[in-house]
Design a protein around this ligand. Structure first.
Ligand SMILES: NC(=O)c1ccc[n+]([C@@H]2O[C@H](COP(=O)([O-])OP(=O)(O)OC[C@H]3O[C@@H](n4cnc5c(N)ncnc54)[C@H](O)[C@@H]3O)[C@@H](O)[C@H]2O)c1
Length: 256
């Protein structure tokens, strides 16, 4: 039985990835700082007949990451798949963004992924290989005002994907990134009022030539394929999953 470790799996995209991989017969270790909600993810997996191990970890903490992988090896025997999904968004004008803001967001979104890769890869090597999927963002390539740190962290994740693919290729480990446009999760719906949340969702829908606001399951389905042998030719690349949003150069389409 294959084993996947998914970070940020308490809700949103991470939870959808856990449910989808479990449906494909993969044992899932689900980790997050939201202890109760990540237990709930594991419960749902188990109710659906899958195997799940919930773990309370903060991806900024290397010791916690090390013990997470030790627990997974003890419980499931190894690791074949790592999905670096944990992430936070931070909105502020670049000149109002503090050094601490920068360190915090980079610490979760970029350093967290680096640390997980560093500690997962030797374990995957012992199994003869594996696949690492980094959940980056369309903001790696084109962004909006007030997202300097977030965009930097997600662009960094694309660079990390390429570098890791080179270093880990000899161990038969593929490393890929997914760059989604807006996905309908608590992260997208974090505005002060429900009206603003609906407006944001509608703007993204309108910006898609097929009128689609991506759902967490759309990302999960792509992860499921990327970790399968059908995707064996893909490593060191960032796959854009954006419902066509970036194909359209009408700059007025997403009023900010
Ligand atoms: N929702 C979107 O529009 C969108 C678009 C593109 C990319 N993404 C990326 O997808 C990923 C998942 O986002 P989501 O939309 O499901 O958001 P979300 O906020 O619903 O989920 C993110 C999860 O990460 C966890 N997390 C945050 N900090 C952590 C830490 N230090 N250690 C461990 N876990 C931590 C949170 O508790 C949460 O459960 C993120 O990396 C995000 O940047 C989201």
């Amino acid at each position: 039985m294959k084993v996947a470790v998914i970070t940020g799996a308490a809700r949103g995209i991470g939870r959808a990835i856990a449910l989808r991989l479990a449906k494909d017969g993969i044992s899932v270790a689900v980790s997050d700082i939201l202890t109760e909600q990540v237990k709930e993810t594991a419960e749902i997996v188990r109710k659906n007949g899958g195997k799940a191990l919930p773990l309370a970890i903060d991806v900024r903490d290397e010791e916690q990451i090390k013990s997470m992988f030790e627990r997974v090896v003890d419980e499931f025997g190894g690791v074949d798949i790592l999905v670096n999904n944990a992430g936070i968004v931070h909105r502020s004008h670049i000149v109002d963004t503090t050094s601490d803001d920068f360190d915090f967001v980079i610490g979760v979104n970029l350093k967290g992924a680096f640390l997980c890769i560093k500690h997962a890869a030797p374990i995957m090597r012992r199994r003869g290989g594996g696949v690492i999927v980094n959940i980056s963002s369309l903001h790696a390539f084109a962004t909006l005002p007030n997202l300097a740190v977030y965009a930097s962290s997600k662009a960094g994740l694309v660079g990390l994907t390429k570098a890791a693919a080179l270093d880990l290729g000899d161990w038969n480990i593929r490393v890929v990134a997914i760059c989604p446009a807006a996905v309908d999760t608590p992260m997208l719906r974090d505005k002060p009022t429900e009206e603003e949340n609906i407006a944001a969702a509608n703007r993204w829908k309108k910006a898609s030539p097929i009128g689609l606001l991506l759902q967490p399951e759309d990302v999960a389905n792509l992860v499921a394929w990327l970790v399968s042998d059908e995707a064996r030719g893909l490593t060191g690349v960032a796959v854009v999953l954006d419902a066509g949003v970036s194909a359209d150069l009408q700059v007025r389409k997403i009023p900010v």
